[in-house]
Design a protein around this ligand. Structure first.
Ligand code: HEC
Length: 156
């Protein structure tokens, strides 16, 4: 195949995959905001999981991997999340597809403070995680607390 033919074939395959994906999303009827929000949470958990495993001694400490997970987490926490927390995407409106409580939008200042707590705790972890296991352990309490504090108030 020429390069152009390969490109066209590739694009055609990509559009088939994209429309198959769309069909699936419509079948599940999950709001794209909810989908994105839960995906972000999964990325939080994926990175936190490595740090938590190292803190508990279940995963061998590796400075480079710990530093990477912590800086990923800090970067994710600091992204602009305006659209991820769009009004009208609470569980009273959308039902069981989301665990986001209406209280998020009724207490937006407190919710913003809980988001800031995660930004700060993950930045502290990003500074500490690559510098030794003791530092990682020291930053873990505040970080886990930032996740849990928001879930307790705002997640079903
Ligand atoms: C500012 C509030 C807030 C913070 C901070 C927060 N979360 Fe969440 N989290 C939520 C809410 C609200 C939901 C429910 C989202 C939904 O179902 O739409 C959720 C859901 C989740 C879920 C379930 C996702 C799913 O598919 O149902 C996981 C896992 C999770 N969070 C992990 C974390 C981890 C790990 C951290 C900390 C690194 C964290 N969260 C920090 C508010 C927060």
């Amino acid at each position: 195949m020429t390069l152009k033919a390969t490109l066209i074939a590739g694009l055609a395959a990509a559009s088939v995959i994209a429309s198959a994906g769309l069909g699936l999303a419509q079948e599940e009827k999950k709001n794209p905001v909810v989908e994105a929000r839960q995906s972000l949470m999964h990325l939080y958990a994926f990175n936190l999981g490595l740090l938590g495993g190292m803190a508990k001694g279940e995963i061998e400490y590796d400075a480079e991997a710990a530093g990477a997970a912590a800086s990923n987490l800090a970067a994710l926490a600091a992204t602009d999340q305006t659209r991820i927390w769009a009004e009208g995407t609470d569980n009273a409106t959308l039902g069981d597809s989301t665990e986001a409580l209406p209280a998020i939008w009724e207490n937006s200042d407190d919710f913003a403070a809980k988001r800031t707590a995660l930004v700060e705790a993950s930045a502290t972890m990003a500074d500490a995680a690559g510098g030794g296991l003791e530092g990682l352990r020291g930053a873990m309490g505040a970080l886990g607390g930032a996740c849990g504090g928001c879930h307790k108030a705002y997640r079903k």
